[in-house]
Design a protein around this ligand. Structure first.
Ligand code: MN
Length: 365
């Protein structure tokens, strides 16, 4: 009986920590995902919970084995690493602080390395059971460091957390939740005010999301990915689905931090437009001359060539088989609070808040 408990308690504890961890991680990963992984390399979402479950069972069994053979001195070290593991999840995914995340995961690396060495010296099987977790941790350290170095736009975001909480209280039976913003909505003053987010994100986009959730009920589109709904639907359903997708791209593509254009995107723009200045001039001119409501895009075709495209109303380059890299919303509701009727001023200021690394991460070729 004691032996069974020695295995089951650590395994259940590990699984509980793993479940809480992935619950906290999911919304953050959704925001960070485009910068982290190229879509062709991404395994289906179901792989992660399965892999983590196996990992956590293995580390639970490892400690269970040491407890079962009576090596109790290891327990303190193991509980300590579990706590630091949890701290890392909190710092990196809940508080969304890359620097705190990096510090905690480096401490965790040391503890896990120490544990593994100790486990090997006490019992070989306990050591081997811990090795996959150590390998996973090395990979997670690389990801944390990568985000710390390359992904400043996703740093600590208080208002984004607030939005998460609102989403968490919404019914899970709806087709689509409001997208999470990877920044605080008061971080863009004076370029974009908090009030403009309250309206543009909180009312206009919310309206499209609500309409979509209402219209999609009972249609064949209900279980589809948003991109597929946009490709296949028409009428009001297309309009609302496409507006949601376009707004997700628009809101993802701005950042309160000053960021440079990464070399890959920079050279692609120079290759296809001559210079960054020329590209901005042509894009701004397309934005100011677009009649009525619509969107201005930097798109990539199948050969990797970049071009500027304008679409009216809800229309989107995705239905033309083009890959959107960057988008600017020039519907009047995007700027009426801060710029009244002065679209050109809005376009001019928007360049200062473009999230170039995010745009860079969308290049496929
Ligand atoms: Mn809009």
């Amino acid at each position: 009986m004691k032996k069974i408990l020695a295995y089951t308690v650590p395994v259940l504890l590990c699984l509980a920590i793993g479940a809480i961890g992935s619950y906290i991680q999911t919304p953050a990963i959704r925001v960070w995902y485009p910068t982290l992984v190229k879509s062709p390399l991404t395994p289906p979402a179901i792989v992660f919970p399965i892999a983590w479950t196996i990992l956590y069972i293995m580390i639970g069994l490892s400690i269970g084995r040491l407890i079962a053979i009576g090596d109790m001195s290891i327990v303190r070290l193991w509980i300590f690493q579990l706590l630091v593991n949890f701290l890392w999840i909190i710092a990196f995914f809940a508080l969304r602080s890359p620097i705190l995340g990096l510090i905690t995961i480096l401490i965790l690396d040391v503890l896990v390395f120490a544990y593994t060495i100790y486990a090997f010296s006490s019992d070989h099987i306990a050591g081997w059971l811990f090795v996959p977790y150590m390998l996973w941790l090395i990979f997670a350290t690389y990801l944390t460091g990568y985000i710390y170095l390359n992904n400043t736009s996703t740093a600590t975001l208080s208002a984004a957390n607030r939005v998460d909480k609102v989403i968490a209280t919404e019914s899970k039976t709806t087709y689509l939740d409001m997208p999470t913003l990877p920044y605080s909505t008061d971080a863009f003053e004076p370029t974009l005010s908090q009030e403009s987010f309250d309206y543009h994100y909180g009312k206009h986009l919310k309206g499209y999301v609500d309409n979509l959730n209402r219209l999609i009920v009972g249609t064949p589109y209900e279980g589809m990915r948003l991109e597929d709904v946009v490709q296949q639907a028409d009428g009001a359903l297309f309009n609302n689905a496409a507006q949601v997708l376009n707004h997700e791209l628009f809101f993802e593509n701005i950042t309160p931090y000053m960021v440079d254009i990464p070399p890959r995107l920079r050279s692609a723009i120079i290759r296809d437009f001559g210079s960054i200045e020329q590209f901005k001039k042509e894009f701004s001119s397309a934005a100011t001359s677009l009649f009525g409501s619509g969107w201005v895009w930097l798109v990539e075709d199948r050969e990797g060539k970049l071009s500027i495209l304008t679409t009216t109303n809800a229309n989107t380059p995705i239905t033309q088989g083009l890959n959107p890299i960057l988008v600017l919303d020039v519907w009047e509701h995007a700027y009426y609070i801060d710029y009244r009727n002065r679209r050109a001023d809005f376009v001019k200021q928007w360049w200062d808040i473009v999230d170039w690394p995010r745009a860079n991460s969308r290049l496929k070729q």
